[in-house]
Design a protein around this ligand. Structure first.
Ligand code: SPV
Ligand code: MG
Length: 432
C-alpha cells in the first residue's frame, strides 16, 4: 500500500522551492498538501496576499496531488492526529531560530507512531529571492497596506500594535518573531505615536512637530516595512486642516488615524489633570469626525475617535455618551484612554460600551495599567491593543548609560559587551 505523505504550504506564490518539495513528496507516496489558514499565516509568516480559499485553489493546480486541506494551526498536532501521515516533508530552513519549535513538536508527534520527517534542502536562488522581494513590495503598496487593518480586525482576536518612530524601530516591528505558547507570534501593526515621534526629535508632545515632519516619519517607516500603520493624529487640529490630513494619510497608505477630543494646547494624556487640558465639545468633535469621513476616498481608511473623559476625571457616563455620539458621527472605532494603574475603569467602560454596541472596534493603550494581558482585554471586547511608547523608553536608558560609561572610562571598551556587535550592525539591514 502506498504511504501517506503530508506537506504544509504557507505561501501566496508557488516557486521552484515548493516544486522541489512536491517532487520529493510524490516520490515518497500519496501526497496531501496543507494550506496554512490566513490567521496563522499572519502570526507565522506575513500577511497573505491571497486568502485561504485562493491559496487552496492555487495548490490544487499542482500535478500529482491526492488531496488539499486547510491546516488551521501552525503546530502540526491537529493534522497529524487526523491524517497520521507516514511521512511529513518540509524544507530544512526551520532547524534554527523560532521556527525550530514547530519542528521539534512535529518530531515528538511522529515519534509516537513511527512517522518520519524528510527534509528537503531549502532552495535559495536568485529566482526565489526575487519572488520573495516582489511579494514584500506588493504588501507595502499603499492600497494593499491601507486595507489590511480592517482585514486584521476580522481575522485575529486582538490586533497587537507596537510604537515605531523611525526606519529602525519599523524593522523591529516588522521582523521580531518569537516562539511562544507552543506557537510563533509577531506584531500585527504599527503605531506612530505623537509622544515618541516628538521625543525622538527632542521636542515636547504638544503638536509642535508639524505634519510635514510627521509624514516624513511615516515615509521612513513605510520604506522598510509592510505592516499596517495607525497614526496618532493628536487633536486633528482645525477641522479645515484635518480634512487635508485625512487625504494625505489615506494616499500614503496609512490605515487609520486616531484623533483625541481635546482643544487648545494639547498636553500628553499621561499628565492627566496635573496640567491644564480642555476637552472638546461633543458637537464640535462630531463635526471634525464627520468632515474627515466626508473627504476620505477609499472605504478602508479608518477614523478612530479617542475619548479623554477618564483621563480628565469626567467619568464613565461622560465617556459613554461621547462614544455613542462619535460613532453616530461616523467614527470607525473608538479609543478609550486611562492613566490609572488599575485596569478597572477601562474594563468597566468596555463592558458597558459592548453591551450596547457589538461591532465598533475598541482601541486601548495599556501604558499605566500594564499588568493586563491581551487575552483579558479581548475578553472585554477590545480589538486593538497599542504598546505606545515602550521601544522609545527602552532605548533612552540604554543610550544614556553607555554615554555615561564612556565618559567615566575615557574609552569605549567597557561598554562593548552591551552593544550590538559591529558585524551585526553592518549586516542586519538588507540591501535591495
Ligand atoms: C502617544 O503615544 O503619543 C499617545 C498615547 O497619544 S499617550 O502617550 O498615552 O497619550
Ligand atoms: Mg499622542
Amino acid at each position: 500500500m502506498s504511504r501517506t505523505v503530508y506537506t504544509c504550504f504557507c505561501t501566496d506564490v508557488i516557486h521552484e522551492g515548493h516544486l522541489n518539495i512536491i517532487r520529493k513528496a510524490r516520490e515518497l507516496g500519496d501526497v496531501t498538501v496543507g494550506v496554512l489558514c490566513d490567521r496563522e499565516m499572519i502570526r507565522y509568516n506575513r500577511f497573505p496576499i491571497k486568502n485561504t480559499e485562493e491559496r487552496v485553489a492555487m495548490v490544487k493546480e499542482l500535478p500529482g496531488i491526492k488531496d488539499v486541506i486547510v491546516q488551521d494551526t501552525i503546530m502540526y498536532g491537529g493534522v497529524v492526529a487526523k491524517l497520521h501521515p507516514d511521512i511529513v516533508v518540509h524544507g530544512d530552513n526551520w532547524r534554527n531560530g523560532p521556527m525550530s519549535v514547530i519542528r521539534e513538536d512535529l518530531l515528538a508527534l511522529l515519534e509516537q507512531y513511527g512517522g518520519q520527517l524528510v527534509e528537503v534542502p531549502y532552495t535559495v536562488n536568485e529566482g526565489v529571492q526575487k519572488i520573495d522581494r516582489k511579494t514584500r513590495e506588493k504588501l507595502s503598496m499603499p492600497e494593499l497596506r491601507r486595507a489590511r487593518l480592517r482585514r486584521l480586525l476580522e481575522l485575529v482576536p486582538i490586533v497587537k500594535t507596537i510604537e515605531v518612530h523611525s526606519g529602525l524601530t519599523g524593522l523591529i516591528a516588522e521582523k521580531t518573531l518569537v516562539a511562544v505558547d507552543g506557537g510563533i507570534d509577531q506584531f500585527d501593526a504599527m503605531w506612530i505615536s505623537s509622544l515618541c515621534d516628538s521625543t525622538d526629535k527632542g521636542k515636547p508632545d504638544i503638536e509642535l512637530v508639524d505634519m510635514t515632519s510627521r509624514y516624513r516619519t511615516i515615509n521612513d517607516v513605510m520604506e522598510v516595512t509592510t505592516k499596517p500603520i495607525i497614526f496618532d493624529g493628536d487633536t486633528g487640529g482645525l477641522i479645515e486642516h484635518f480634512v487635508y490630513t485625512v487625504r494625505s494619510l489615506e494616499r500614503m497608505g496609512v490605515s487609520a488615524v486616531i484623533i483625541e477630543d481635546k482643544v487648545g494646547l494639547k498636553r500628553n494624556s499621561l499628565f492627566g489633570t496635573e496640567v491644564e487640558q480642555t476637552q472638546d465639545t461633543i458637537e464640535h468633535f462630531c463635526q471634525k469626525i464627520a468632515a474627515g469621513k466626508r473627504v476620505q476616498l477609499s472605504d478602508d481608511f479608518m477614523i478612530i475617535a479617542r475619548i479623554e473623559s477618564l483621563i480628565l476625571g469626567k467619568g464613565q457616563e461622560d465617556a459613554l455618551m461621547r462614544a455613542r455620539a462619535y460613532v453616530k458621527a461616523g467614527a470607525d472605532g473608538i479609543m478609550i484612554h486611562s492613566r490609572a494603574k488599575d485596569p478597572e475603569e477601562i474594563l468597566s467602560f468596555c463592558d458597558a460600551f459592548r453591551a450596547e454596541d457589538k461591532d465598533t472596534p475598541i482601541v486601548v493603550v495599556p501604558t499605566s495599567y500594564n499588568a493586563i494581558t491581551e487575552k483579558e482585554l479581548a475578553a472585554h471586547g477590545v480589538n486593538i491593543v497599542i504598546y505606545a511608547n515602550q521601544l522609545t523608553r527602552a532605548a533612552f536608558p540604554a543610550m544614556e548609560s553607555v554615554a555615561k560609561e564612556i565618559l567615566k572610562h575615557h574609552r569605549a571598551k567597557e561598554v562593548d559587551e552591551h552593544l550590538l556587535p559591529i558585524k551585526k550592525i553592518i549586516t542586519m539591514i538588507d540591501e535591495i
